[in-house]
Every structure is written in C-alpha cells, then in structure tokens.
Design a protein around this ligand. Structure first.
Ligand SMILES: Cc1cc2nc3c(=O)[nH]c(=O)nc-3n(C[C@H](O)[C@H](O)[C@H](O)COP(=O)(O)OP(=O)(O)OC[C@H]3O[C@@H](n4cnc5c(N)ncnc54)[C@H](O)[C@@H]3O)c2cc1C
Length: 468
C-alpha cells in the first residue's frame, strides 16, 4: 500500500525551524509527513540574547513557538541521543523520560552547536554561558542582584567583587553581551546613588590579538577603544587560567575577584552528531554535506563506505546550520571547499534551500546548490551604539546600531514576533528599561513555604520544605 514519506527534523533552531516552515509551505499533505524533534518547544532567536541581558527585549519574545508557527508539523519534545542511518532510526530521550526509536524515510540534521568549554578550574562551577534564554535572563538578574547587594555594603573587597563582571571570549556573543551589559550598568546606576560608576569593573578577556573576527581588524580595534572609552578593560592575547571561587587569574599574572563570570569562548560540535551517528563527519565533528545540503560528498551523495560507520544505502539525509560543514561556493567552486561560517545568516538560508531541495527530490526534480554571499555583519555594542560592516562599507556608532536593530527585527521570523519585539523597543523609548532583578523566580516556593519567617530563608527549596 502507498505510504507518504516521513521526514524527521532533528533540532528546531534556525535551520530546522526554517526547513520545517518552508516544507509546510511547499509540500502537500499527501506528499510527505514532517516531524521536528527538539527538547525545547521553541526556536531561540540567539542574536537577541544580548538585548535580553540588557532588558531591551522581553525574554519570551526571543522564543519562537514551534507549535504556533508549524501547524502541519508534528512537534516531538525530546533530544536525539543517536542517529542510525543504516536502520533509518533516531534514538531519542523524550522530555517525559521515555527512550524511543523514531523511524524516518528522510532525515534532516539541524541540531546546531554547543558552547565550547575548556578545562579552566572554576568555570564549570560558577560561569554562565550565553546561548540560551535562561542564561541571558540569569546573567541580567545576577548583575542587578549584585547592584542591590553592593548598594548596602561598605566599601571593601566584597563590594568590589560584587561590582566586577568578567566576559571570557571576544566573538559575537561575548562582545554583544558585554556591550549590552555595560550599557545596562550605566542605565541602572542612575537608580543607585550609593554606587559610583568608577566602582564598576568590566573585564573582557580574549585569547587572540583581536575581538570580533567577523569584522575587519580596524573595526575590531575601534570596538576595543569604544569599550575602553566607556570604562571597561579589554585584555587581548590573554587567557583565564583559573576562576576558582570567583578569583579570576589571567595568563598575564593579573588577578581579581569577580562575582559574575560569563563564558563565551566559541562553539564546539554537538556531541550527538560528532559521537553518536553513522553519518559521515569531518575532523571537527561536523556533518559532511554536498553543496545541495545532502549529506555526503560530490562523488558520494549516498553515504557509502565512510570511515565513521558502516555502509548506508540511501541519500535521504540532509544537514544544515552550525552542525554541518557546508561548502561555501562563493569562495571555492570545487573541492577542496572552504566552508560557510556558523551564523544565523547562513542557517536560515540553508534551512530554506534544504526545504526546496527535499521538495524537488520527492517530486523527481533536480536539486540546486546552496550559495549565499554574506550581506555583511551587524553587531550591537549597547543601547545606541553598534557597528555594521559590509566589504569596504563600515558604519559605526548610532547609525550602525540602528542598522543592527532594523536588520534583526526584520530577520526574526513571523510578524507576531517582529511586532512584539518592536513594541517593547518603542515603549522603552518613552518609559526607559526595567532595572529590577527577578532572580527570586528561581525559588518560586520560597515565600509560600517559609511564610515569610526569617529563620527559614535558605537557598535550598528542599531544605525549606523539610523545615516546614
Ligand atoms: C549570543 C549570540 C548572538 C549571536 N548573534 C548573531 C548575529 O548577530 N548574527 C548571526 O548571523 N549569527 C549570530 N549568532 C549565531 C547564530 O545564532 C547561530 O549560528 C545559529 O543559531 C545556528 O543555527 P542552527 O539552526 O544551526 O542551530 P541553533 O539555532 O542553535 O538550533 C539548534 C537546535 O537544535 C536543538 N538540539 C540540540 N541538540 C539536539 C539533539 N540532540 N536532539 C534534538 N534537538 C537538539 C537545540 O535545542 C536547538 O533548538 C549568535 C549566537 C549567539 C549565541
């Protein structure tokens, strides 16, 4: 009996969300069924996380609901733990704890990357990453809570430590997060007459000789100067050798205590992809794809006799985004290829191209290669200042920031998201931004269980329940 092919998308971030969205638009229901697997029920619009840190955007607004916007796609809440393309099945741990095997005819692997961590003592225990909504919210709350605490403290090491912020890693996420938090600090201090701006210590630590590798060295140097002008310190050619107990030790020998440490030192291959699949991966743990985004090489679109696994017999496997090594045809026309950089600009377009190519394949048509010339780079450095660079054109300061906002609000998917984000920006123009910490949401039962009794104020909710 005829059965419609089943397409399974692993990862509902940029590339996965756009692939599903465009498959829905292109395919009739009778042509294929589509399911998307992700532990989160939303796609995170990561370029807005720095503005969530700053309180310029509501945390909820950067989460694009999969169920609301993917009406014909089955949304599965769980995490793939391995992909076995020989048997065409994905092993997944669902959010309710079940372990299941998900069968497919065609697989789309768009599970993105993870934050790259290095074994620096103290980092795992105390630092935050900046790749997910909860991290952005926690950084903001930790900073605002520190201001509240410091305002009541006498001058001394504890107060200095509370007012010291350290970002490690000067790529997109680090620079934008650092700039936005710096900007929040200036706005917040207007409400804290007890704290002088000179008491704030902002450190950005970068191992290489420059920050923001996505822009030219000259523009990167301008960004460093602009941070320094705003009272921050940028440590280039410097690494953090330890952060044990909040004491940051730099390779230069300098040391200082810092209550808030944010780790933004790059991305690494997603371990599910790099370690738990028979699909072909390169030395960096990324899926090898052809220019048309089908997994495999030009010669072997079908996964066949790969070093990493047994023979696979069909070509129904596709990948895009940060977990794939996608040939950049604007730089190299034939192997050995240069690869597209891992960013949202590519992930979105690759997701769309992938949907078109899968549709063509199902209908017996010819696929087309992915080709996209970068539109340039935009970055926010805090409210009212940013940078835009496209080839020789560099626009810095207020205009660069306006271009950043204009580009990002147009880029966030769906009109309902664009309107929500823009409306918060407009109200903030007249009313300013919120500067209260909601760190207490981490302990929602505290007041209820303790009944306001001081002796029960511990940080452990379980402890509270026991004591009650
Ligand atoms: C703070 C920050 C700012 C940025 N700013 C910019 C910018 O200004 N411009 C730009 O172009 N790029 C920017 N980027 C980079 C950009 O966001 C990423 O390149 C882009 O999100 C990659 O898309 P993706 O679909 O490959 O992965 P993601 O968007 O990360 O999506 C991966 C999805 O897969 C899911 N997943 C992971 N593992 C599994 C699994 N085992 N099973 C099932 N699902 C899984 C995740 O939950 C996630 O939903 C920024 C990134 C950050 C962190």
């Amino acid at each position: 009996m005829f059965r419609t092919p089943h397409i399974l998308i692993v990862g509902g971030g940029y590339a996965g969300f756009y692939a599903a969205w465009h498959l829905e638009r292109r395919l009739k229901q009778s042509e294929a069924s589509v399911a998307i697997l992700d532990p989160r029920p939303y796609m995170t619009y990561q370029p807005f996380l720095p503005e969530v840190v700053a309180g310029s955007i509501e945390a909820r607004h950067v989460a694009v609901s999969l169920r609301r916007h993917l009406r014909r796609t089955t949304v599965l809440s769980g995490r793939a733990t391995s992909i076995d393309h020989v048997s065409k099945s994905v092993h997944a741990r669902m959010n309710d704890g079940r372990e299941v095997e998900l069968a497919y005819d065609t697989i789309v692997v768009t599970a993105g990357a993870v934050t790259r961590t290095l074994p620096v003592p103290g980092i795992a225990e105390s630092a935050f990453g900046l790749k997910h909504v909860e991290e952005a919210v926690a950084i903001r709350d930790a900073f605002l809570t520190a201001l509240d605490r410091a305002a009541d403290m006498p001058k001394g090491p504890a107060r200095t430590r509370a007012l010291t912020v350290t970002f490690i890693g000067g790529g997109f996420a680090g620079v934008e997060g650092f700039g936005e938090l710096l900007s929040l600090s200036r706005a917040a201090l207007k409400r804290y007459p007890e704290i002088s701006p000179d008491e704030l210590n902002f450190h950005l630590v970068e191992a290489s000789e420059r920050i923001l590798p996505e822009v030219s060295a000259k523009t990167g140097a301008w960004v460093v100067r602009s941070f320094e002008h705003r009272g921050a310190r940028v440590h280039l050619r410097t690494t953090v050798t330890s952060a044990l107990g909040g004491e940051v030790i730099l390779s230069s020998g300098e040391r200082f205590e810092s209550d808030l440490i944010v780790w933004t030192a790059g991305i690494a291959a997603n371990p599910t992809i790099s370690k738990h699949t028979d699909l072909p991966i390169n030395q960096r743990g990324l899926l090898i794809v052809r220019p048309d985004l089908r997994i495999g090489t030009d010669d072997h679109p079908v996964v066949d006799a790969w070093a990493t696994g047994p023979a696979c017999t069909t070509g129904d496997a596709w990948a895009a985004g940060d977990n794939a090594a996608v040939p950049d045809l604007t730089r190299t026309a034939s192997p050995p290829y240069a690869y597209t950089v891992p960013n949202a600009q590519h992930a979105v377009r690759q997701g769309k191209r992938l949907a078109r190519n899968i549709t063509k394949t199902l209908r017996g048509g010819v696929t087309r290669p992915y080709r996209h010339r970068s539109l340039g780079t935009v970055a926010t450095l805090g409210l009212g200042t940013g940078v835009f660079e496209a080839g020789p054109v560099v626009i810095k300061g207020f205009l660069g920031w306006l271009i950043h906002r204009g580009y990002q609000v147009l880029a966030i998917p769906t009109w309902e998201r664009k309107i929500r984000v823009a409306s918060v920006w407009v109200t903030a123009l007249f009313l300013g931004r919120d500067v209260v910490s909601l760190a207490s949401v981490q302990r929602p039962r505290h007041e209820f269980v303790s009944g306001g009794r001081l002796e029960l104020r511990t940080t452990s909710e379980e402890g509270l329940a026991d004591a009650a």
